[in-house]
Design a protein around this ligand. Structure first.
Ligand code: 5GP
Length: 206
């Protein structure tokens, strides 16, 4: 379900920052790539922290990985228009991008990364202009399945659901500016950083 909670006068508001979207199947290694990108790419990057109704995984930290809320809290935030986009992902849990935090960071010149699913990404692409978008995937479906199983955080039914969603998501590849095949984390990070810097240069010479 799409939630375009913006008012028209907020649409395409120019800001000094840059909005970046990173999507890709669950298990593609997006989080690892992004963590490394943030520490190694010399740009004012900031990861948007989403709100979710999913339970925290072992090691996940409130406010760093997600803001973990109840279904009730999430639906209140949604009805108050607090999300740039929000989606029910894997038919179970809700995830949303807090619009005010994102816009505040963009106003202060940050390059804000949204790590969101394809449906959420398409919703944001409709609302905002000048986005840079990346689709990260592990190359083959077999490799994706291997990574999901190795992660050991999901039950079999959840793994199957994630693989089905991955098949659907791959068909949306053409909506993204850049395809990143994550066979080697260092190369994936270097590629994303290179594309971002190229855009930064083009912006300063525009
Ligand atoms: P996970 O449960 O593995 O952390 O995330 C599951 C999926 O939800 C991933 O594809 C992730 O990119 C997506 N996701 C995380 N936060 C958001 C969000 O705020 N909005 C949307 N639409 N998807 C999100």
């Amino acid at each position: 379900m799409v939630d375009n909670s913006q008012t028209p006068n907020q649409k395409n508001k120019p800001t000094p920052g840059q909005l970046i979207i990173v999507s890709g199947p669950s298990g593609a290694g997006k989080s690892t790539v992004l963590r490394k990108l943030l520490s190694e790419c010399e740009l004012p990057l900031q990861l948007s922290v989403s709100v979710t109704t999913r339970a925290p995984r072992t090691g996940e930290v409130e406010g760093r990985d997600y803001y973990f809320v109840s279904d009730e809290q999430f639906q209140t935030m949604r009805s108050e228009g607090q999300f740039l986009e929000c989606m029910e992902v894997f038919g179970r849990n809700w995830y949303g991008t807090p619009v005010e935090r994102v816009d505040e960071a963009l106003r202060s010149g940050k390059w804000v990364i949204l790590e969101i699913d394809v449906q959420g990404a398409l919703s944001v692409m409709k609302q905002r202009e000048g986005i840079l978008s990346f689709f990260v995937h592990p190359g083959t479906r077999k490799e994706l399945e291997r990574r999901l199983r190795n992660r050991g955080t999901e039950e079999e039914s959840a793994i199957q659901r994630r693989l089905e969603v991955a098949d659907e998501e791959l068909t949306a590849l053409s909506y993204y500016d850049y395809e990143i095949v994550n066979r080697d984390v260092d190369i994936a990070v270097a590629d994303i950083c290179k594309y971002l810097k190229k855009n930064a240069e083009e912006m300063t010479h525009a």
